[in-house]
Design a binder for this molecule. Structure first.
Ligand code: ADP
Length: 159
């Protein structure tokens, strides 16, 4: 039984994240999508909102949504997980993700990071870009699942 953990801010979840989750769910017995706290990247949506958005967009099956505030690798060890899944967009993600993979491996020798390439349509999609578009009333329906679209836009739109 192979368990993968896919950590991120998911602030909010986009179709890029959903694509990675669905593909990881085909590769592993269980996928935990972990809403993590990043102290250098404050979130616009609360942890419970981000978890709730994920629960509304992702088909359950072998995918579980969870959240964690401490050091990621402690969670990974506590769950006896096997693999860390990360999505890779163009070159921009590479340096940071490579550094995190090596640091996590250093802290836990069994922690293998597997990178799934973003699909062509999501290559330039990020939560922060989506938020900027929504703040100015732009249409984000191509980037964010319809189940959460109105909740995301109503919170972000500058009144
Ligand atoms: P963001 O940069 O959008 O705020 P997150 O911190 O939520 O991203 O990212 C969590 C993980 O999902 C990271 O591995 C990131 O590279 C990946 N990811 C983010 N957006 C996409 C996308 N559009 N396509 C594929 N992977 C993505």
């Amino acid at each position: 039984m192979k368990t993968a953990v896919y950590p991120g801010s998911f602030d909010p979840v986009t179709y890029g994240h959903i694509d990675i989750i669905e593909r990881a769910a085909k590769l592993f017995d269980k996928v935990i999508v972990l809403v993590s706290m990043n102290p250098v990247k404050p979130a616009d949506f609360s942890t419970s909102e981000r978890v709730n958005f994920l629960e509304r967009c992702v088909k359950p099956g072998n995918v579980v949504i969870d959240s964690h505030t401490g050091l990621f690798i402690d969670y990974f060890k506590e769950k006896n997980a096997d693999v860390i899944v990360k999505g890779l967009r163009a070159m921009s993600d590479f340096e940071y993700e490579f550094q995190m993979a090596l640091l996590n491996k250093d802290m836990c020798h069994t922690a293998e990071t597997i990178f799934l390439s973003a699909n062509a349509a999501s290559m330039f999609l990020s939560s922060s870009a989506v938020k900027q578009i929504a703040m100015f009333g732009g249409d984000i329906s191509a980037f964010v699942h319809h189940a959460i679209l109105s909740d995301v836009t109503s919170k972000l739109k500058i009144k």
